[in-house]
Design a protein around this ligand. Structure first.
Ligand code: SF4
Ligand code: SF4
Length: 77
């Protein structure tokens, strides 16, 4: 299973990753981080496909995705 690590202390709460995730498994927290923003968090890691779109989208490089060398199809064209 892919692993997604979100550094809530670097997150500025822009929500771009939440919108980018094709699985809709990222949400904004209900508590604020040290920067004073609501931060992104994973709600269902079992559905993550390891596409890395969240990490690519994040302007603050606050997300790491580990996919263990497995490739996944993003969209079913
Ligand atoms: S790797 Fe892809 S599926 Fe997993 S949380 Fe990030 S955007 Fe969503
Ligand atoms: S894209 Fe990055 S900075 Fe923006 S909410 Fe997601 S983790 Fe936070």
């Amino acid at each position: 299973m892919p692993g997604v690590k979100i550094d809530k202390n670097h997150c500025k709460g822009c929500e771009l990753c939440v919108r980018a995730c094709p699985q809709d498994i990222l949400r904004m927290s209900k508590t604020i981080g040290v920067k004073g923003y609501f931060y992104a968090e994973m709600v269902d890691s079992s559905r993550c496909i390891g596409c890395q779109l969240c990490a690519i989208t994040c302007p603050d490089v606050a997300i790491e995705v580990h996919t263990h060398g497995t490739s996944f199809a993003l969209f079913d064209y």
